[in-house]
Structure formats: C-alpha cells, structure tokens
Design a protein around this ligand. Sequence first.
Ligand code: F6P
Length: 320
Amino acid sequence: IRTIGVLTSGGDAPGMNAAIRSVVRTALGKGLRVRGIRRGYQGLMEEEIIDLSARDVSDTIQRGGTILQTARCKEMRTEEGQQKAAAICKKYGIEGLVVIGGDGSFAGAQKLANLGINTIGIPGTIDLDIDCTEYTIGFDTAVNTAMEAIDKVRDTSTSHQRCSIVEVMGRDAGYLALWCGIANGAEEILLPEEHNYDESEIIKRIIENRDRGKKHYIIINAEGVGDSINMAKRIEEATGMETRATILGHMQRGGSPTAKDRVYASIMGAKAVELLCEGKTNRVVGYKHGEYIDVDIDEALNMEKKLPEYQLEIAKKLAI
Ligand code: F6P
C-alpha cells in the first residue's frame, strides 16, 4: 500500500482532529502518502482531495470539530454513488481509506471495501451508539460539556425552586442522558431505551419532593424522548411548580476535546493505519474490556448494544 485517504463523515465530534493527526503522522512515518478528503463522502464525490503533510495537522489536537469538515451524503447510499466513490479513490491512487464516523459512515466503508478499496472505520460520534465498541470519539467531551451546562442550570433552578428539564443529544440512544443523569445527580433520567415513562408518576414524585423540602427537580431528558417544551408546560400545570425546559443542542458537539478523547482518538488513528499496512480491510477499530480491538464491519453493523444495566440500576437508586 502506498497511498491512503482519510475522511470524517456524519456528525462531527471533538477528538476527530486527534484521530486525523494520528492517521496522517503514522502513515507518513511508514512512508505512505496521505490524501485528506474534505466534507466526507460528499467531498469525495466532488473530488475535494488534498495532500496532507505532518505540518498540516500541527496545532489541531486541541481543536474541536474536524479540520477536514464533514457532511451527510445521500449519494453514497446508492449503488451508483458507491461505484463513483470507488472510481474516484482509484483515480487518486487511494488504496486504503480511513473513515471516521458512525454506523452510517461504516456502511459506506463496507460498500467501498466490496469494490476493492481497503477500508478501516474509526468510531466517531458523541452518541456512543456504535455497538462494537465501549468508546467512541467525542462522547467523553460531550458528556463533560453537557455536565457543566447542567450544573449551571441547577444553580438557577435551585435559586428559583424550579423544576428544570434539560434535553441532551444522543439521537435514538440514551448514553449521554444516562451519564449526565448520574454525573449531575438528576432526580429523573428519561431514556429512549425505556419506552413509556409514566409522566403521572414523575408529577407525583415532584410534589412529594417539594413537600420534603427539595429546592429543585432536575429531569435529564434524552433527545430520543424529546418533547421537553410541552413536557415542561404539562408538569408546571399539574404540579404548580415553575418548570423550564433547556435544550442543550449543538453546543454539546463543539469544544476542545478532553484528554481521554485526544488520547483514545490518537491510538485508534494509529491502529487504523497499522491495519491497512497489514492488508486488512472492512474492519472497524473499537475499544472493549480495556483493549483496542478491530471488528469486521459486517459483524459490527449487525451487533446490538444495550445500555449497561448495572449503571442504569445505580442511576435509578441514586435519583431519590
Ligand atoms: O449523531 C450526533 C448528533 O449530534 C445526534 O446526537 C443528533 O441527533 C444529530 O447528530 C443532530 O444532527 P444534525 O447536526 O445534522 O442536526
């Protein structure tokens, strides 16, 4: 293998730059040429391809976002688009491709692998919703960002003796909500994995808590449950306790990555290049039971991940 490409795809995540930097420098150290593809698969379709040197990734490890930018690309879901992407890789001599993103991005990598481009995925998403790994780039930073924001909401919530509903991202997964729920000492954590939460029970608990002298009531609501604004109206009406909803939104995706995100992303970037040099393809790098691993993409896309039950249990026991 002489030339590799690297792209970031789907939602950006803090730490992606550390992964890009590591891919570039590991590959250059092995005598490879590195092509950076801008704006994910969309940029690949439009041939937004640049050479990357060690200096091009200087001063990036501490930066949020992705220096290569990212996009969600519909064309890559079609057979025609996949053929076009593979042909462009071949045109630019890209024999191996590192794809940093989520499951959707890995599905694209799997198709390219079938078309003769060696591909390795690196899990990058703040949602932690990739089944084959216990760690995804960006989750640690996002959960810390959300935690700090929720601490601030709690201050004002206590001053005013209010109920506060804080909605955190996560798409259909509840990892961010579960972690914030524990880290922020929330009274309630609403998760998409636990369908049909009982609002009348929550209302009862809010009234009981207020009667016991609690000065605030923090509800962490996962994006996958949603409806925070209306929920706040309903709760205020039923409890008589002033209730406000805060949707944290995209601020959770930005900011300088934590040490964990910088280090794990750096190791995963290096591992992806090593796998390509060993002739491996159609694999995703992961982290499980304290070790960096790699898994077949087909298998990775068919795995099922569940919220850690023990953590869930503890969260519930502490939310009293
Ligand atoms: O996958 C990351 C994520 O931030 C999700 O938590 C959220 O549902 C989604 O992306 C938002 O996407 P967009 O940035 O396209 O609005």
